[in-house]
Structures are given as C-alpha cells and as structure tokens.
Design a protein around this ligand. Structure first.
Ligand SMILES: Cc1cc2nc3c(=O)[nH]c(=O)nc-3n(C[C@H](O)[C@H](O)[C@H](O)COP(=O)(O)OP(=O)(O)OC[C@H]3O[C@@H](n4cnc5c(N)ncnc54)[C@H](O)[C@@H]3O)c2cc1C
Length: 454
C-alpha cells in the first residue's frame, strides 16, 4: 500500500473510475466501490459507460440470458441493500419439472423455501407491451445512479494508457482520463481487443454458442401448461447439456446450453416429442416466437484479467460454468471493488487480493465440468436415467432434507450452490446406494413410471 501510494496506484479523494459495461458485473462493482469508498472516507467518482438501452424491447436492450436469479443470490443482495422490486421479478419459480424420455415429474423446492426468480435483463422480447415491468440490468444501473454514479449511454470505442491514467474515447463525448478502468464488457470480442491494448497479458475467456428464444403464449396458457415451474429436460440429444423452458410473465424462455448450439440442434430439441408435449397441442411455435439469438457463454476463464489501473470482472474474467453467471459477476465485482478501494489498483494488488476469488471460481468449475460430464453420460443411458428417475419420484414422498438427489439436481440446474458442495452430496454413500438400488430395480422391473407418481 505504501509503495502504491508513492507510485500513485491507489485511489484517493477525487479519483475517477470508468466502468465499461453496465451489465450486472459493472453495476455490482459500482455499487460496492461507492459503498466501500464511503466507509473508507475516500471521495471517488464512477462513470458507467453502457452501449445498450435496457428500456427498449428486443435485442437492442437485452443482455441475452435465461434470467434466473437463485434464491441464495436474491437473499444475499437484499442483505446488501439491493432488494429486487416486484416489477423486476416476472415470476417466482417454486418447483422444477424434470422431463426425460422415461417420464415427467415435478420436484418442489427441496426445503420448501429455496425459491428462485425469473426476470428479463432488458425490457422484454420484441413486441412486449407490459410497461409496468422493469429490466433487471436497468434497475441495477438506476441503483448505482442513486448512489452517485454517472451513466454515460455510449459505446467505448478506444482506450489509451498513459503513466497517470487511462484515456477513454467514445463517439460523442470528449476524451476523459480515469485513474482506474473496470472491464465489465461481458464476452464482447471487440471490447476485449481494447482491453488487450491497456492490459497486454490479458487473454480473453473461451466461449461457446448457446441458444435463447421467447415464446409468447399469454398468461392463461402459461399458468395452465407451465405454472410457476422451471421445466428442465434431460434428453438423449447430441450437444445439449441443458435445456430449460422458463416461464416469465406472458412468455416462456427456451434456453439451450451445450457445445456450439446451432439451428439443427435447436430443431431437434424443439421438435422432440417430450418438448412438444409441454405446449398446447397443434400450436405452431414459429408463429409465437418474436425473439431468438445464439449468444456466447463463458466456458473457460480469462487469464491475467488485470494490469496496473485495469481490472476485468464478470463474464470478461471468471464466471460459473453454465449457471448463475449473475452470482459469479457479483463475486468478482465485489472482490475487485474491495481490492481497488482497500488495497490499491496495481497489477500486484489485483493479483494478491482479486485473483484468489477468480481462482476459487475456476477450481469449482473444474468440478462442474465433471458433473456435466456425468450428466451427459446419464442423459445418453436409458438404464441410468430410469434409475435416476425412479429415485427422484420416490424421494417426493420424503421430507425436504431426505430428498437428497432432488436437491442435488435443483442446485445443479439452478446454480444455487458451488459444484464442489454438489459433488460432496452426490458421493454420499446413502445417495450412491439409493441410486444403484434404483438402477438395479429399474433393470429387472421395467415398469412405466407415470407423471408425478408419488
Ligand atoms: C443462454 C444463456 C443463459 C444464461 N442464463 C443465466 C441465468 O439464468 N442466470 C444467470 O445468473 N446467468 C445466466 N447466464 C449468464 C449471464 O448472462 C452472464 O454471466 C452475465 O450476464 C454476466 O454479466 P456481465 O455484467 O459480466 O456481462 P453482460 O451481462 O454481458 O454485460 C456486459 C455489458 O457491457 C456492455 N458493453 C460491452 N462492450 C462495451 C463497450 N465497448 N462500451 C460500452 N458498453 C459495452 C454491453 O452492452 C453489456 O451491457 C446465461 C448466459 C447465457 C449465454
């Protein structure tokens, strides 16, 4: 810290921070940096540069995402003063419905309290007219503005590093110099090139293509066919690691995660018997599908996501594999803010205090990879799937804490718990023995398990 002060690599009264990207990572960083600075008695200013307008419908105002916020994150945010208002939450999800070729079963929240929220990152799909609702990302940016941050609705086009700061260039505003630049640009390849100029060792994260689309069905049909349940599919279809239908207001969002999802893979999923059975009979899905996209997802963390006066956070740095990216953005943003305010803004400060949080996420993702590998094996084996299905259906007779496999699946699908904890619960001898027993019974007694059999 003393050495940094001499090199001016600490934030002091009057220091200026530029946050490039007003998604969750950028807003969380701003929120905590302003909070910590106030605690520390340092008077700093923060400008958030955001290219999109989250008050617009469709792709121009959207940060493509399934829009699930786990209950653990909802609770953590509320303890930190970020209470999600009712008009940001499009639906409270109370159960998930697991669909396999073997059958369908509804699994209530394991402890009857772990509810999750579904929301839209932007204003909603193309054509949506519900003016009462609010975008999640806009809500977070508004919070930052209330705390004193300035929102600059512009794309950053260039950056230049000088010994005493970083110059930010946009199309309309005059060039501005900042003491610290925070990269919360998601997975934007052009913005990564800008950051490579000011943080030369930075290697961007690896990504793969996913799929999201919206189906407009109206409230009544959604209540009847989907309810307050996230519908999750474990089907024997190539490339798909996770498929879900998530009800939100008048829409249902389809999310497909896996390896390089393309149109063919999407068609194989949407046209499968199991998926079609979730929708009203005879409905032409293409005619009620106003929005679709193939966004990238972070599947391997960035390297050296920091340099003197520069730090990258959220998807641009380390995320959680396939799940709870917003929760991971919260972790990296808070760690970077803590480092910047309490330690300093040199490369070595970020390496010492910020990197360990990223490393912990990366280690957990290594376990996550294993879990998804096992899930893929199960997906492809009807014997294993029948055993798993039997076990889950039977567990619904039991009290919450005894529904061990259901809670493992809940946490895997929603991203509510670290992968390491999930693995520990799976290798519990009681869980393994019950699974093996159900697999054996399933082989010798191939009865049909009816929907919601208890
Ligand atoms: C298919 C899919 C489903 C997902 N589902 C979920 C889910 O259900 N729950 C969950 O928690 N996570 C989910 N995620 C992950 C989640 O979307 C991300 O982890 C999260 O958005 C990361 O937040 P971020 O702020 O780092 O980046 P982003 O949300 O991508 O925000 C980056 C922002 O930076 C702005 N920007 C970029 N470059 C510039 C520039 N040069 N100038 C100005 N602004 C710029 C962009 O406009 C954008 O607003 C999903 C991801 C995918 C792909």
């Amino acid at each position: 810290m003393e050495e940094n002060k001499m090199n001016n690599l600490t934030l002091e009264d009057g220091s200026r921070i530029a946050v490039i990207g007003g998604g969750p990572a950028g807003s969380f960083f701003t929120y905590f940096a302003l909070d910590f600075a106030q605690l520390f008695g340092t008077n700093i200013s923060v400008d958030i540069y955001e290219a999109k307008n989250f008050n617009k419908v469709g792709p121009v105002g959207c940060n493509h995402c399934g829009g699930i916020v786990s209950e653990s994150l909802v609770q953590m945010l509320s303890a930190e003063g970020i209470v999600l208002p009712a008009n940001v939450i499009r639906r409270g999800i109370e159960s998930y419905t697991l669909h396999m070729e073997q059958g369908t079963t509804v699994i209530d929240t394991p402890l009857q309290e772990q509810r999750i929220a579904s929301m839209y990152r932007g204003f909603g799909p193309l054509g949506s007219t519900d003016n009462e609702q609010q975008s999640f990302d806009q809500y977070l940016m508004d919070l930052c503005q209330k705390k004193g941050a300035r929102i600059i609705q512009e794309k950053v086009l260039d950056m230049e590093k000088e010994p005493d700061g970083v110059i930010i260039k946009t199309k309309k505003s005059a060039d501005k110099k900042y003491d610290l630049v925070v990269g919360s640009v998601g997975l934007n390849p052009r913005s990564f090139q800008l950051f490579k100029k000011i943080a030369p060792s930075f290697i961007p994260p690896k990504t793969t293509k996913t799929y999201i689309c919206e189906f407009h069905l109206g409230n009544e049909v959604i209540n009847e066919y989907f309810g307050n349940s996230m519908h999750v599919f474990l089907l024997n279809l190539n490339n798909i690691k996770f498929g879900a239908l998530i009800p939100k207001g008048e829409y249902v969002t389809l999310v497909l995660l896996g390896a390089e999802i393309n149109k063919q893979i999407v068609d194989s999923f949407v046209n499968s018997k199991v998926v079609r059975a979730c929708f009203p009979p005879g409905i032409e899905l293409k005619s009620i599908n106003p929005c679709q996209c193939f966004p990238s997802i972070n599947i391997k963390a960035a390297t050296s996501a920091y340099s003197d006066r520069v730090v990258l956070i959220g998807d641009s740095s380390s995320s959680k594999l396939y799940k709870n990216g917003i929760g991971a953005a919260h972790i990296t943003a808070k760690a970077a803010a803590r480092t910047a305010i309490f330690e300093g803004i040199s490369e070595s400060d970020f390496r010492k205090t910020y990197q360990p949080e990223c490393t912990a996420l990366n280690r957990d993702n290594a376990i996550g990879k294993m879990i998804f590998l096992v899930t893929t094996i199960i997906q492809k084996s009807s014997i294993l799937k029948t055993g798993l299905f039997r076990m889950i259906v039977k567990e619904q007779h039991k009290t919450g804490d005894k529904r061990r496999m259901s809670s493992v699946l809940w946490d895997t699908f929603t991203g509510s718990a670290p992968y390491t904890g999930i693995l520990k619960r799976v290798v519990n001898p009681l869980v393994l023995a019950a699974l093996i027993w159900n697999i054996i019974v399933g082989i010798f007694n191939p009865i049909t398990i009816n929907k919601n059999e208890k």
